[in-house]
Design a protein around this ligand. Structure first.
Ligand code: AMP
Ligand code: ZN
Length: 115
């Protein structure tokens, strides 16, 4: 069994504020939200980050932008706007090494592509 934090969340061994789940993907609220809406979208299967995608993970990841758009609309962000970002590796500040996308919105996020 993986000791990875997000694997444990995916297996429901660690509680999370679950927002959505299907066979491949899980969405939960970030524990330290950087915006009024701050969700994390992950593949349930372990993958270290965008650089480590297998074809199976890539197939699941390919669905994330469309899911993010639906979640953004569900959270009232369709008109105000939102951001989808994945940090990959040390220079990007990745802290949890299980592939995840941040969905952020609910305030002006600034012009920079950062959290
Ligand atoms: P990153 O810097 O892209 O690796 O982002 C990791 C994110 O995971 C951060 O925004 C953390 O606040 C978030 N995080 C860490 N532990 C948890 C947890 N147990 N539940 C929800 N979010 C978490
Ligand atoms: Zn994992």
């Amino acid at each position: 069994m993986s000791e990875c934090l997000f694997c444990k969340i995916a297996r429901k061994e660690i509680p999370s504020a679950l927002v959505y789940e299907d066979e491949q993907l899980l969405v939960f609220k970030d524990i330290f939200p950087q915006a009024p809406v701050h969700l994390l979208i992950i593949p349930k299967a372990h993958c270290g980050g965008l650089s480590d995608q297998t074809p199976e993970i890539a197939a699941a990841t390919a669905r994330i932008p469309q899911l993010a758009a639906k979640l953004a609309a569900d959270h009232g962000l369709q008109d105000s706007g939102w951001r989808l970002v994945s940090n990959c590796g040390p220079d990007a500040g990745q802290v949890v090494f299980h592939l995840h996308f941040h969905l952020l919105g609910g305030r002006p996020l600034g012009g920079k592509v950062c959290l």
